[in-house]
Design a protein around this ligand. Sequence first.
Ligand code: ASP
Ligand code: MG
Length: 436
Amino acid sequence: MKVKKFGGTSVESAERIKNVGRLISECKKDIIVLSAMSGTTNSLLEISSALKNGEKKSAVELIENLNNKYADTISNLFKTEEYKEKATEALDDIFKSLKELSEKSYSLKLEKEIVAKGELMSTCLMNLHMHEEGINSVLLPALDFMKIDMHGEPDDDFIRENVAKLIDAHNDADLYITQGFICRNEEGDIDNLQRGGSDYTASIIGALSGAEEIEIWTDIDGMHNNDPRYVEGTLPVHNLHFEEAAELAYFGAKILHPTCILPAREHNVPVRLLNTMEPTAEGTLIENKLQRGSIKAVAAKDNITAIKIKSGRMLLAYGFLKKVFEIFEKYETSIDMITTSEVGVSLTIDNEKNLSKIEDELKALGTVTIDRDMVIICVVGDLEWTNKGFEAAALEALRNVPVRMISYGGSNYNISFLIKKEDKTKALRLLSYHLF
Ligand code: ASP
Ligand code: MG
Protein backbone atom coordinates (compact mmCIF):
# COMPACT_ATOMS: atom_id res chain seq x y z
CA MET A 1 0.00 0.00 0.00
CA LYS A 2 1.19 3.50 -0.82
CA VAL A 3 0.15 6.93 0.38
CA LYS A 4 -0.03 9.48 -2.44
CA LYS A 5 -0.40 13.17 -1.82
CA PHE A 6 -1.45 15.65 -4.48
CA GLY A 7 -0.96 19.36 -3.77
CA GLY A 8 -3.19 22.32 -4.52
CA THR A 9 -1.90 22.98 -8.05
CA SER A 10 -2.40 19.29 -8.94
CA VAL A 11 -6.14 19.70 -8.29
CA GLU A 12 -6.52 23.39 -9.19
CA SER A 13 -9.07 22.88 -12.00
CA ALA A 14 -11.48 20.31 -13.41
CA GLU A 15 -8.82 19.32 -15.96
CA ARG A 16 -6.21 18.83 -13.26
CA ILE A 17 -8.60 16.81 -11.11
CA LYS A 18 -9.27 14.52 -14.09
CA ASN A 19 -5.54 14.19 -14.61
CA VAL A 20 -5.05 13.08 -10.99
CA GLY A 21 -8.04 10.77 -11.42
CA ARG A 22 -6.21 9.04 -14.29
CA LEU A 23 -3.04 8.76 -12.22
CA ILE A 24 -4.78 7.11 -9.28
CA SER A 25 -7.30 4.96 -11.15
CA GLU A 26 -5.03 1.90 -10.97
CA CYS A 27 -3.96 2.47 -7.37
CA LYS A 28 -5.30 -0.55 -5.58
CA LYS A 29 -5.93 0.10 -1.87
CA ASP A 30 -3.72 3.18 -1.81
CA ILE A 31 -4.56 6.17 0.37
CA ILE A 32 -4.82 9.41 -1.61
CA VAL A 33 -4.24 12.63 0.36
CA LEU A 34 -5.43 15.87 -1.24
CA SER A 35 -4.81 19.55 -0.57
CA ALA A 36 -7.46 22.15 -1.21
CA MET A 37 -7.70 23.40 -4.81
CA SER A 38 -5.00 26.00 -5.31
CA GLY A 39 -6.18 29.43 -4.07
CA THR A 40 -9.00 28.07 -1.92
CA THR A 41 -7.16 28.11 1.41
CA ASN A 42 -6.16 31.71 0.74
CA SER A 43 -9.77 32.63 -0.12
CA LEU A 44 -10.99 30.99 3.07
CA LEU A 45 -8.43 32.93 5.07
CA GLU A 46 -9.65 36.13 3.39
CA ILE A 47 -13.20 35.28 4.42
CA SER A 48 -12.09 34.74 7.96
CA SER A 49 -10.09 37.96 8.07
CA ALA A 50 -13.08 39.89 6.72
CA LEU A 51 -15.07 38.49 9.65
CA LYS A 52 -12.26 39.43 12.00
CA ASN A 53 -12.45 43.02 10.73
CA GLY A 54 -16.20 43.08 11.11
CA GLU A 55 -16.75 43.19 7.32
CA LYS A 56 -19.66 40.73 7.17
CA LYS A 57 -20.80 41.92 3.75
CA SER A 58 -17.47 41.34 2.11
CA ALA A 59 -17.23 37.91 3.77
CA VAL A 60 -20.57 36.95 2.23
CA GLU A 61 -19.40 38.25 -1.15
CA LEU A 62 -16.19 36.25 -0.95
CA ILE A 63 -18.18 33.12 -0.12
CA GLU A 64 -20.41 33.76 -3.16
CA ASN A 65 -17.37 34.13 -5.42
CA LEU A 66 -15.88 30.91 -4.14
CA ASN A 67 -19.20 29.14 -4.57
CA ASN A 68 -19.35 30.27 -8.22
CA LYS A 69 -15.85 29.01 -8.82
CA TYR A 70 -16.81 25.59 -7.51
CA ALA A 71 -20.01 25.58 -9.58
CA ASP A 72 -17.82 26.10 -12.68
CA THR A 73 -15.50 23.30 -11.62
CA ILE A 74 -18.46 20.95 -11.15
CA SER A 75 -19.88 21.70 -14.59
CA ASN A 76 -16.51 21.02 -16.22
CA LEU A 77 -15.60 18.00 -14.14
CA PHE A 78 -18.65 15.77 -14.39
CA LYS A 79 -20.08 14.18 -17.53
CA THR A 80 -23.54 13.19 -16.37
CA GLU A 81 -26.39 15.21 -14.89
CA GLU A 82 -26.61 12.63 -12.13
CA TYR A 83 -23.09 13.40 -10.88
CA LYS A 84 -23.40 17.12 -11.46
CA GLU A 85 -26.39 17.02 -9.14
CA LYS A 86 -24.66 14.86 -6.55
CA ALA A 87 -21.64 17.15 -6.49
CA THR A 88 -23.74 20.31 -6.34
CA GLU A 89 -25.72 18.90 -3.44
CA ALA A 90 -22.59 17.88 -1.54
CA LEU A 91 -20.89 21.24 -2.06
CA ASP A 92 -24.09 23.12 -1.23
CA ASP A 93 -23.93 21.47 2.17
CA ILE A 94 -20.36 22.67 2.66
CA PHE A 95 -21.18 26.19 1.51
CA LYS A 96 -24.27 26.25 3.69
CA SER A 97 -22.18 25.48 6.74
CA LEU A 98 -19.62 28.07 5.62
CA LYS A 99 -22.39 30.68 5.51
CA GLU A 100 -23.53 29.63 8.96
CA LEU A 101 -20.00 30.04 10.24
CA SER A 102 -19.88 33.53 8.75
CA GLU A 103 -22.82 34.48 10.97
CA LYS A 104 -20.75 33.85 14.08
CA SER A 105 -18.33 36.28 15.64
CA TYR A 106 -14.67 35.79 14.87
CA SER A 107 -12.39 33.58 16.91
CA LEU A 108 -9.30 31.56 16.05
CA LYS A 109 -11.40 28.44 16.46
CA LEU A 110 -13.87 29.78 13.89
CA GLU A 111 -11.02 30.58 11.50
CA LYS A 112 -9.80 27.00 11.69
CA GLU A 113 -13.28 25.67 10.95
CA ILE A 114 -13.53 27.95 7.94
CA VAL A 115 -10.10 27.11 6.60
CA ALA A 116 -10.82 23.37 6.90
CA LYS A 117 -13.50 23.59 4.21
CA GLY A 118 -11.00 23.66 1.33
CA GLU A 119 -9.78 20.10 1.76
CA LEU A 120 -13.35 18.91 2.42
CA MET A 121 -14.38 20.35 -0.96
CA SER A 122 -11.48 19.02 -3.03
CA THR A 123 -11.76 15.48 -1.64
CA CYS A 124 -15.52 15.45 -2.09
CA LEU A 125 -15.13 16.38 -5.79
CA MET A 126 -12.36 13.85 -6.37
CA ASN A 127 -14.30 11.07 -4.70
CA LEU A 128 -17.43 11.70 -6.80
CA HIS A 129 -15.30 11.96 -9.92
CA MET A 130 -13.81 8.53 -9.21
CA HIS A 131 -17.31 7.12 -8.70
CA GLU A 132 -18.42 8.54 -12.03
CA GLU A 133 -15.43 6.80 -13.60
CA GLY A 134 -16.61 3.52 -12.09
CA ILE A 135 -14.01 3.31 -9.34
CA ASN A 136 -15.09 2.36 -5.86
CA SER A 137 -13.24 4.98 -3.85
CA VAL A 138 -14.11 5.70 -0.24
CA LEU A 139 -13.63 8.95 1.67
CA LEU A 140 -11.77 8.58 4.96
CA PRO A 141 -12.70 11.68 6.99
CA ALA A 142 -9.44 13.11 8.32
CA LEU A 143 -11.36 14.69 11.19
CA ASP A 144 -12.16 11.16 12.42
CA PHE A 145 -8.55 10.03 12.73
CA MET A 146 -6.01 12.88 12.39
CA LYS A 147 -5.40 14.23 15.87
CA ILE A 148 -2.75 16.43 17.45
CA ASP A 149 -1.89 16.68 21.13
CA MET A 150 -1.44 19.81 23.27
CA HIS A 151 2.04 20.36 21.79
CA GLY A 152 0.73 20.16 18.25
CA GLU A 153 2.36 16.76 17.78
CA PRO A 154 0.47 13.93 16.07
CA ASP A 155 -1.22 11.52 18.47
CA ASP A 156 0.33 8.41 16.93
CA ASP A 157 -1.69 5.76 18.75
CA PHE A 158 -5.01 7.43 18.05
CA ILE A 159 -4.18 7.93 14.38
CA ARG A 160 -2.85 4.42 13.85
CA GLU A 161 -5.86 2.80 15.48
CA ASN A 162 -8.47 4.91 13.74
CA VAL A 163 -7.01 4.75 10.24
CA ALA A 164 -6.93 0.97 10.59
CA LYS A 165 -10.53 0.93 11.84
CA LEU A 166 -11.79 3.04 8.95
CA ILE A 167 -9.98 0.94 6.37
CA ASP A 168 -11.31 -2.25 7.96
CA ALA A 169 -14.82 -0.92 7.75
CA HIS A 170 -14.38 -0.39 4.00
CA ASN A 171 -12.13 -3.23 2.94
CA ASP A 172 -13.99 -3.69 -0.34
CA ALA A 173 -12.89 -0.23 -1.55
CA ASP A 174 -10.60 0.16 -4.57
CA LEU A 175 -8.85 3.13 -2.99
CA TYR A 176 -9.19 5.64 -0.19
CA ILE A 177 -9.27 9.43 -0.40
CA THR A 178 -8.62 11.73 2.54
CA GLN A 179 -8.00 15.38 3.41
CA GLY A 180 -4.52 16.71 3.98
CA PHE A 181 -3.82 19.53 6.41
CA ILE A 182 -6.91 19.29 8.63
CA CYS A 183 -7.12 17.57 12.01
CA ARG A 184 -8.58 17.82 15.48
CA ASN A 185 -6.74 19.08 18.53
CA GLU A 186 -6.73 17.68 22.06
CA GLU A 187 -10.01 19.45 22.77
CA GLY A 188 -11.61 17.74 19.80
CA ASP A 189 -11.94 21.04 17.93
CA ILE A 190 -11.12 21.38 14.25
CA ASP A 191 -7.51 22.42 13.78
CA ASN A 192 -4.81 22.11 11.14
CA LEU A 193 -1.18 21.17 10.60
CA GLN A 194 -0.13 24.69 9.46
CA ARG A 195 0.13 26.03 5.92
CA GLY A 196 1.46 23.46 3.51
CA GLY A 197 0.59 20.77 6.04
CA SER A 198 -0.80 18.22 3.58
CA ASP A 199 2.69 16.80 3.06
CA TYR A 200 2.80 16.27 6.78
CA THR A 201 -0.56 14.47 6.71
CA ALA A 202 0.74 12.10 4.04
CA SER A 203 3.92 11.46 5.96
CA ILE A 204 2.04 10.75 9.21
CA ILE A 205 -0.45 8.40 7.56
CA GLY A 206 2.30 6.62 5.64
CA ALA A 207 4.40 6.19 8.76
CA LEU A 208 1.55 4.92 10.93
CA SER A 209 -0.28 2.69 8.49
CA GLY A 210 2.67 0.59 7.33
CA ALA A 211 2.83 2.06 3.82
CA GLU A 212 5.62 0.81 1.57
CA GLU A 213 6.15 4.31 0.16
CA ILE A 214 4.85 7.87 0.40
CA GLU A 215 4.52 9.75 -2.87
CA ILE A 216 4.37 13.54 -2.89
CA TRP A 217 3.06 14.75 -6.26
CA THR A 218 3.70 18.38 -7.17
CA ASP A 219 4.31 20.30 -10.36
CA ILE A 220 8.08 19.99 -10.59
CA ASP A 221 10.16 16.89 -11.16
CA GLY A 222 11.61 16.41 -7.70
CA MET A 223 14.31 18.30 -5.84
CA HIS A 224 16.86 20.05 -8.00
CA ASN A 225 20.58 20.25 -7.41
CA ASN A 226 20.45 24.03 -7.26
CA ASP A 227 17.91 26.84 -7.26
CA PRO A 228 16.44 27.14 -10.80
CA ARG A 229 15.51 30.77 -10.14
CA TYR A 230 19.19 31.72 -10.02
CA VAL A 231 21.02 29.00 -11.88
CA GLU A 232 20.40 27.69 -15.38
CA GLY A 233 20.46 24.01 -16.22
CA THR A 234 19.78 22.62 -12.76
CA LEU A 235 19.02 18.90 -12.65
CA PRO A 236 16.71 16.78 -10.54
CA VAL A 237 18.45 14.80 -7.81
CA HIS A 238 17.27 11.19 -8.02
CA ASN A 239 18.35 9.92 -4.59
CA LEU A 240 18.65 11.63 -1.26
CA HIS A 241 19.18 10.48 2.29
CA PHE A 242 16.52 11.74 4.75
CA GLU A 243 19.16 13.93 6.40
CA GLU A 244 20.17 15.46 3.11
CA ALA A 245 16.54 16.19 2.27
CA ALA A 246 15.99 17.75 5.69
CA GLU A 247 18.99 20.06 5.21
CA LEU A 248 17.71 21.08 1.79
CA ALA A 249 14.17 21.65 3.04
CA TYR A 250 15.43 24.01 5.73
CA PHE A 251 17.63 25.81 3.23
CA GLY A 252 14.73 26.85 1.09
CA ALA A 253 14.08 23.92 -1.25
CA LYS A 254 10.41 24.77 -0.93
CA ILE A 255 8.86 21.71 -2.48
CA LEU A 256 8.94 19.69 0.71
CA HIS A 257 7.57 20.91 4.01
CA PRO A 258 10.48 20.39 6.48
CA THR A 259 8.49 18.61 9.19
CA CYS A 260 7.04 16.29 6.57
CA ILE A 261 10.22 14.29 6.62
CA LEU A 262 10.14 13.33 10.30
CA PRO A 263 7.43 10.65 10.65
CA ALA A 264 8.47 8.97 7.40
CA ARG A 265 12.05 8.93 8.48
CA GLU A 266 11.34 7.61 11.97
CA HIS A 267 9.35 4.73 10.53
CA ASN A 268 11.75 4.23 7.66
CA VAL A 269 9.17 4.74 4.90
CA PRO A 270 10.74 6.06 1.67
CA VAL A 271 9.33 9.31 0.26
CA ARG A 272 9.20 9.83 -3.50
CA LEU A 273 8.69 13.26 -5.06
CA LEU A 274 6.89 13.10 -8.39
CA ASN A 275 5.54 15.47 -11.02
CA THR A 276 1.84 15.36 -11.98
CA MET A 277 2.61 17.08 -15.29
CA GLU A 278 5.27 14.50 -16.15
CA PRO A 279 4.25 11.33 -14.34
CA THR A 280 6.86 9.09 -15.92
CA ALA A 281 9.82 11.23 -14.80
CA GLU A 282 11.92 9.53 -12.14
CA GLY A 283 11.57 12.25 -9.50
CA THR A 284 13.47 12.13 -6.21
CA LEU A 285 13.54 9.16 -3.87
CA ILE A 286 14.29 10.04 -0.24
CA GLU A 287 15.20 7.16 2.04
CA ASN A 288 17.56 6.04 4.79
CA LYS A 289 20.27 5.20 2.27
CA LEU A 290 23.31 7.29 1.59
CA GLN A 291 25.08 7.34 -1.74
CA ARG A 292 28.70 7.48 -0.73
CA GLY A 293 31.07 10.00 -2.11
CA SER A 294 28.75 12.38 -3.90
CA ILE A 295 27.67 15.98 -3.50
CA LYS A 296 23.95 16.22 -4.15
CA ALA A 297 22.79 19.79 -4.13
CA VAL A 298 23.34 23.41 -3.25
CA ALA A 299 20.75 25.61 -1.56
CA ALA A 300 20.56 29.09 -0.09
CA LYS A 301 18.71 30.73 2.75
CA ASP A 302 18.15 34.50 2.72
CA ASN A 303 17.61 37.12 5.42
CA ILE A 304 20.26 35.86 7.75
CA THR A 305 21.80 38.06 10.43
CA ALA A 306 25.31 37.33 11.70
CA ILE A 307 26.32 38.32 15.22
CA LYS A 308 29.90 38.32 16.44
CA ILE A 309 30.79 38.57 20.12
CA LYS A 310 34.46 39.19 20.80
CA SER A 311 35.89 39.01 24.27
CA GLY A 312 39.30 38.73 25.86
CA ARG A 313 37.53 36.97 28.67
CA MET A 314 36.68 34.04 26.48
CA LEU A 315 40.33 33.02 26.35
CA LEU A 316 40.80 29.91 28.48
CA ALA A 317 37.50 30.60 30.28
CA TYR A 318 34.69 28.17 30.68
CA GLY A 319 31.01 29.09 30.71
CA PHE A 320 31.32 31.89 28.14
CA LEU A 321 29.29 30.14 25.44
CA LYS A 322 26.68 29.19 27.99
CA LYS A 323 26.15 32.85 28.85
CA VAL A 324 25.82 33.70 25.16
CA PHE A 325 23.33 30.92 24.49
CA GLU A 326 21.24 31.78 27.52
CA ILE A 327 20.57 35.23 26.09
CA PHE A 328 19.25 33.71 22.86
CA GLU A 329 17.18 31.24 24.83
CA LYS A 330 15.69 34.02 26.94
CA TYR A 331 14.51 35.80 23.79
CA GLU A 332 13.30 32.60 22.10
CA THR A 333 15.57 33.07 19.12
CA SER A 334 17.08 30.00 17.56
CA ILE A 335 20.68 29.96 16.42
CA ASP A 336 21.45 28.34 13.06
CA MET A 337 25.17 28.50 12.35
CA ILE A 338 28.01 28.88 14.86
CA THR A 339 31.76 29.26 14.52
CA THR A 340 34.14 29.87 17.36
CA SER A 341 37.69 31.03 17.94
CA GLU A 342 39.66 31.46 21.12
CA VAL A 343 38.61 35.09 21.43
CA GLY A 344 35.14 35.19 20.02
CA VAL A 345 32.12 33.51 18.58
CA SER A 346 30.04 34.21 15.47
CA LEU A 347 26.55 32.94 15.04
CA THR A 348 23.54 33.46 12.81
CA ILE A 349 19.82 33.91 13.35
CA ASP A 350 16.97 34.15 10.86
CA ASN A 351 14.54 35.99 13.11
CA GLU A 352 15.38 39.57 14.11
CA LYS A 353 12.33 40.14 16.28
CA ASN A 354 14.27 40.46 19.53
CA LEU A 355 17.61 41.43 18.09
CA SER A 356 17.98 44.79 19.84
CA LYS A 357 17.32 43.26 23.26
CA ILE A 358 19.71 40.42 22.49
CA GLU A 359 22.34 42.91 21.37
CA ASP A 360 22.01 44.95 24.56
CA GLU A 361 22.56 41.93 26.76
CA LEU A 362 25.40 40.55 24.64
CA LYS A 363 27.28 43.83 25.07
CA ALA A 364 27.87 42.88 28.70
CA LEU A 365 29.92 39.92 27.44
CA GLY A 366 32.11 41.62 24.85
CA THR A 367 32.23 43.66 21.68
CA VAL A 368 29.24 42.92 19.45
CA THR A 369 29.24 43.28 15.65
CA ILE A 370 26.14 42.67 13.56
CA ASP A 371 25.98 41.97 9.81
CA ARG A 372 22.56 42.02 8.21
CA ASP A 373 21.29 40.81 4.81
CA MET A 374 23.51 37.78 4.72
CA VAL A 375 22.83 34.47 2.99
CA ILE A 376 23.69 30.94 4.05
CA ILE A 377 24.82 28.78 1.17
CA CYS A 378 24.66 25.14 2.00
CA VAL A 379 26.31 22.30 0.10
CA VAL A 380 24.62 18.97 0.80
CA GLY A 381 25.92 15.48 0.21
CA ASP A 382 28.11 12.78 1.68
CA LEU A 383 30.36 15.12 3.63
CA GLU A 384 31.52 12.66 6.23
CA TRP A 385 34.78 14.08 7.60
CA THR A 386 37.06 11.22 6.61
CA ASN A 387 36.13 11.73 2.95
CA LYS A 388 38.83 13.77 1.33
CA GLY A 389 38.54 16.65 -1.07
CA PHE A 390 34.86 17.60 -0.87
CA GLU A 391 35.33 20.55 1.48
CA ALA A 392 38.24 21.67 -0.66
CA ALA A 393 36.13 21.46 -3.82
CA ALA A 394 33.40 23.64 -2.34
CA LEU A 395 35.93 26.16 -1.05
CA GLU A 396 37.77 26.22 -4.34
CA ALA A 397 34.49 27.03 -6.13
CA LEU A 398 34.05 30.05 -3.85
CA ARG A 399 37.64 31.22 -4.27
CA ASN A 400 36.53 34.68 -5.44
CA VAL A 401 33.60 35.19 -3.08
CA PRO A 402 34.12 36.86 0.30
CA VAL A 403 33.05 34.35 2.97
CA ARG A 404 32.02 35.57 6.43
CA MET A 405 31.62 32.17 8.17
CA ILE A 406 32.20 28.50 7.35
CA SER A 407 30.51 25.67 9.20
CA TYR A 408 31.56 22.06 8.67
CA GLY A 409 31.45 18.97 10.83
CA GLY A 410 28.11 19.61 12.54
CA SER A 411 26.56 16.85 10.49
CA ASN A 412 27.87 14.35 7.98
CA TYR A 413 25.79 15.93 5.28
CA ASN A 414 26.58 19.57 4.86
CA ILE A 415 29.04 22.40 4.71
CA SER A 416 27.65 25.91 5.00
CA PHE A 417 29.02 29.30 4.02
CA LEU A 418 27.78 32.69 5.10
CA ILE A 419 28.13 35.32 2.40
CA LYS A 420 26.71 38.73 1.47
CA LYS A 421 23.33 38.86 -0.23
CA GLU A 422 24.79 40.51 -3.34
CA ASP A 423 27.13 37.53 -3.86
CA LYS A 424 24.39 34.91 -3.68
CA THR A 425 23.70 34.33 -7.38
CA LYS A 426 27.39 34.29 -8.20
CA ALA A 427 28.11 31.79 -5.42
CA LEU A 428 25.26 29.46 -6.43
CA ARG A 429 26.42 29.50 -10.06
CA LEU A 430 30.05 28.91 -9.18
CA LEU A 431 29.15 25.97 -6.97
CA SER A 432 27.01 24.39 -9.70
CA TYR A 433 29.77 24.91 -12.24
CA HIS A 434 32.49 23.38 -10.08
CA LEU A 435 30.58 20.63 -8.27
CA PHE A 436 28.15 19.18 -10.83
N1 ASP B 1 -4.34 23.77 1.78
C1 ASP B 1 -3.32 24.02 2.75
C2 ASP B 1 -2.48 25.22 2.34
O1 ASP B 1 -2.73 25.82 1.31
C3 ASP B 1 -2.47 22.84 3.00
C4 ASP B 1 -1.66 22.33 1.84
O2 ASP B 1 -1.94 22.68 0.69
O3 ASP B 1 -0.71 21.58 2.05
O4 ASP B 1 -1.58 25.58 3.04
MG1 MG C 1 37.42 15.69 5.13
